[in-house]
Design a protein. Structure first.
Length: 307
């Protein structure tokens, strides 16, 4: 029997048996980063069973990979995604969230999976705990927030938005996953500040941010571009969704009330929105949305212009 082992077992089954029982955590993802395999050590290290992980898209798995600088890798620089695209092996140091809530430092090795013709079908990640130390998730989140979020509104900042937009462009060009960019500017904000003071102006920015946070989806991002300007990046499946998203945003701000010194104050925004095109760069798509916003501004304000 032992002499004819290969005649009785498929080599793939042998490899799976080895990987299932190795000391390193291991998981496979397909081209779209759907998790297809999760071994016993991955369960032990992260606290998540295979039933809780297999079949999920990696960004929705609750592992929430971040790098040493606090960047959320599922949104701005996923090494698995990169290996799926270029087929290069990668080694990284990352933090993942354990099921119990704390952060675990990991060393990860990522390899492409190819078919018999050499085409990339997905990637495998092998990972081991980098140290026995467990890090408080609130501390990691605070460090991440300081690097990637605006101090006043706590929304993603321009740096975060630009990184996320670059990532979404790569997804679109390789997998056709469409998205829209929305550029919004508060109407007559300097007049508002001069009338009511900068404290009231800050309260406006804070309240708008609070309203928008409640409706943003996990796969989307909305942040403060600078001053009274905001940018949203939204996954879409149909072109008409761009208009719906932009109108919802305009209406949400229009109906956000700011109570200040006994007065109920309101502001409006002018919005430009555009869907991604194949030849877009981060600069061209934001510039196009910005120009469309300016059209809304010059044609009466509190409007949406979509291209």
């Amino acid at each position: 029997m032992s002499e004819n082992l290969y005649e009785h077992m498929n080599l793939v089954d042998i490899y799976i048996a080895i990987i299932s029982n190795m000391q390193d955590g291991a998981y496979f993802v397909d081209k779209n980063r759907k998790i297809l395999f999760w071994n016993k050590s991955a369960e032990r290290i992260t606290g998540y069973s295979k039933e809780e992980i297999i079949g999920k898209d990696c960004p929705k798995s609750n592992l929430n990979h971040i790098d040493e600088e606090g960047h959320p890798l599922c949104q701005v620089g996923c090494p698995l995604f990169a290996t799926n695209i270029d087929g290069k092996q990668r080694q990284e140091r990352v933090f993942v969230r354990h099921k119990d809530g704390h952060r675990i430092p990991l060393r990860v090795n990522i390899f492409p999976i190819r078919d018999n013709e050499g085409n990339i079908q997905g990637s495998i990640e092998l990972f081991t705990q980098d140290s026995p130390t467990k890090y408080d998730d609130s501390l990691i989140a605070k460090l991440s927030g300081a690097a990637m979020h605006d101090d006043l509104t706590k929304l993603p900042n321009r740096r975060y938005l630009e990184s996320f937009l670059s990532y979404k462009l790569s997804q679109f060009k390789h997998f056709g996953q469409k998205f829209s960019v929305v550029f919004a500017d508060i109407d007559d904000f300097s007049v508002f500040n001069n009338t009511y003071g900068h404290e009231a102006g800050d309260l406006v920015l804070h309240n708008i941010a609070s309203s928008i946070k409640k409706v943003i989806q996990k796969e989307d991002l909305f942040g403060r571009w600078g001053g009274e300007e905001f940018v949203g990046i939204y996954t879409i499946h149909n072109d008409y969704e761009t208009t719906i998203i932009a109108e919802k945003l305009r209406s949400l701000v229009e109906n956000t009330e700011i109570n200040y010194n006994g007065e109920n104050l309101h502001v409006s925004i002018s919005v430009g929105a555009t869907k991604v095109l194949m030849n877009d760069t981060t600069e061209t798509i934001v510039d196009r949305a910005d120009r469309l916003m300016y059209t809304s501004k010059t044609s009466g304000k509190n409007k949406v212009t979509v291209d």
